[in-house]
Ligand binder design. Structure first.
Ligand SMILES: Nc1ncnc2c1ncn2[C@@H]1O[C@H](COP(=O)(O)OP(=O)(O)O)[C@@H](O)[C@H]1O
Ligand SMILES: [Mg+2]
Length: 445
């Protein structure tokens, strides 16, 4: 699981950083001076890690931050990147000297935010408002902090480059220089990078290959709920996610996301079903809602939020063709509660069931969860990690779960959970919302 560290002072990336390495003539003798080690000779050097004080963040980093590494935090403006990094300063500055560089806010603005977040500096947290990269490096040289936070990479610039701050060249140059600081001086660097909706021209994407870790902070601004995902991690897996809730006093960890996402769920109402999806290695329960109503206009409206639009259209088509639940003349609205996104095959069945339940106005029992991928023939297909998912379903007090029959013969249900194996969406529907209505007459089909 632990990858051996890279060669220390060779930042990844191809040239362009003005000089080091190019030019010197290297003869064959010099080249052969170091015999490459045999696999057996390589010793496993564990990285020195430390906790950021936030378990959810530590988990995404692979068990804490690695000393001398550079981590990029990407996300849309306003999502909470500055909040997250200022918040960990409280815990970090208990043990380390921290230099917080901001090109976006004044020291008094940072102080105000720190007060709101109840962040203290413990005499080890210094604030620097600076956008000139060389001034930042000079400060790092004289203060030799253990940790440097740069908010944001788009505000930093090097005046030897013609381009404006935020330009691809500037952003790359500044990242490269901070990477050398991390590798050369062993400073742990956290860098914030804004992502814009259009896909980030000079955003974190162009920097991904240079840095050690890239974490994306995601969520809907209107919702409190935030997910931290690793897109790249040289020191751990990229499967883990961290969950947070944005509150007045800052980001609160959500150690129990399923309970959070299911809070306030309506019971006994048609058009809602609970799904269990895998987020990294973690099963998470979420509620998917559907409203299928007769259309008032010629063309039915379809709106989908938190679920892939095309996938939802496919499920409506399967529902009609394979299970006889007609939606062609109805509007369909599909929404995943809490701003969560279900983008995993296991969410097919609960989404389809929510649509059928709404179309037939028959509630799905509140103690039931559904898991399964839906094929075009209406068949239900196995999904990964079913035992873990069922464990989570049972843990949250559900007593029934409907799963695909295929590939689950040897599966043992957790105690207290009754599982129903269904081969086809028709079977699943028969179990839950009763037999489909007889199809309305159609002129042609
Ligand atoms: N005074 C405040 N009270 C409560 N929440 C605030 C306040 N100021 C900012 N926030 C929250 O913090 C978010 C901004 O987070 P921030 O860390 O500045 O984002 P980023 O650095 O990613 O642009 C806002 O969207 C809001 O939810
Ligand atoms: Mg910010």
């Amino acid at each position: 699981m632990v990858e051996a560290p890279r060669e220390p002072d060779r930042p990844a990336g191809r040239g362009g950083s003005g000089g080091s390495g190019g030019g010197r003539a290297v003869g064959p003798d010099t080249l052969m001076a170091r015999t490459p080690p045999l696999l057996e000779e390589v010793s496993l050097v564990g990285e020195a890690r430390f906790s950021t004080g936030l378990d959810e963040l530590d988990r995404v980093l692979g068990g804490g931050a690695v000393r001398g590494s550079l981590t990029l935090f990407g996300g849309e403006p306003g999502i909470g990147k500055s909040t997250l990094l200022l918040q960990i300063c409280d815990s970090l500055s208990r043990h380390f000297n921290v230099l917080y560089v901001s090109g976006e806010e004044s020291t008094s603005q940072i102080k105000l935010r720190a007060d709101r977040l109840r962040v203290r500096g413990h005499g080890r947290l210094r604030l620097l408002t600076e956008t000139n990269l060389d001034a930042v490096l000079a400060a790092a040289e004289s203060l030799s902090p253990d940790i440097l936070i740069a908010d944001s990479i788009q505000t930093l610039y090097r005046d030897t480059l013609q381009a404006a701050p935020g330009n691809v060249g500037q952003v790359k140059e500044c990242t490269m220089a901070l990477m050398s600081l991390a590798k050369g001086k062993g400073v742990t660097v956290f860098v914030i990078g804004h992502v814009n909706k259009e896909g980030a021209i000079a955003g974190p994407k162009v920097l991904e290959h240079m840095v050690d870790c890239v974490l994306y902070f995601e969520g809907e601004r209107q919702h409190a709920y935030r997910v931290l995902r690793a897109a790249k991690n040289r020191f751990g897996s990229t499967n883990e996610i961290g969950m947070f809730e944005m509150r007045e006093e800052g980001l609160a960890e959500v150690p129990n996301p399923s309970a959070f996402l299911l809070a306030g769920r309506p019971i006994g109402v048609s058009g809602t079903c609970v799904a269990c999806v895998l987020e990294g290695t973690r099963p998470v329960l979420a509620e998917v809602q559907a409203l299928v109503t007769p259309t008032s206009f010629g063309v039915p409206r379809r709106m989908v939020s938190g679920f892939d639009y095309n996938r939802a259209m496919l499920l409506l088509a399967v529902l009609e063709k394979r299970a006889g639940v007609f939606t062609g003349n109805r509007d369909a609205y599909i929404n995943v509660v809490g701003g969560f996104r279900l983008d995993e095959p296991g969410a097919d069945l609960p989404t389809l069931l929510a649509c059928a339940s709404s179309a037939q106005d028959k509630p799905i029992p509140g103690n039931l969860c559904a898991i399964g991928e839906v094929g075009l023939a209406g068949e239900l297909r196995a999904v990964s990690a079913l035992p873990q998912r069922l464990g989570e379903v049972a843990r949250l007090g559900f007593t029934r779960c409907i799963i695909p029959k295929q590939g689950t013969q040897n599966l043992v249900a957790p105690e207290g959970l009754e599982i129903t194996r269904a081969r086809h969406v028709r079977d699943a529907l028969g179990e839950l919302v009763g037999k489909p209505e007889s199809p309305p007459p159609r002129s042609q089909s």
